[in-house]
Design a protein around this ligand. Structure first.
Ligand SMILES: [Zn+2]
Length: 96
């Protein structure tokens, strides 16, 4: 499709420059939004396990879940045991 019928003072090059300008702006805004998310993540990172409330210094590396939820390795093991016992009780085969 050819671009034509430009208003006075406008041509295809000017339209393209304008489009480019807005595309760049959108990218800047996206980057700003991304940075805002990172800042929010940093400010909301609790540094402790959401389950046992132990600090990552005591509990080791934490696995991140959605919405700023974290779990430590001892809690993962505990959850695994709970799930396995519950699966046995319900007669569901545990995947090996
Ligand atoms: Zn924990």
């Amino acid at each position: 499709m050819a671009l034509h019928d430009f208003p006075p003072g406008w041509d295809e090059a000017r339209v393209r420059r304008l489009i480019q300008h807005y595309e760049c702006m959108a990218e800047d805004q996206l980057l700003a939004e991304d940075e805002a998310k990172r800042k929010q993540w940093r400010s909301q990172y609790p540094g402790y396990c959401s389950f046992c409330r132990k600090s990552h210094k005591d509990a080791g590396p934490l696995v991140e879940g959605p919405d700023f939820v974290y779990i430590c390795y001892p809690c993962i093991l505990l959850c695994k045991n709970i799930v396995e016992v519950e699966r046995k009780r319900l007669g569901i085969e545990t995947p090996s």
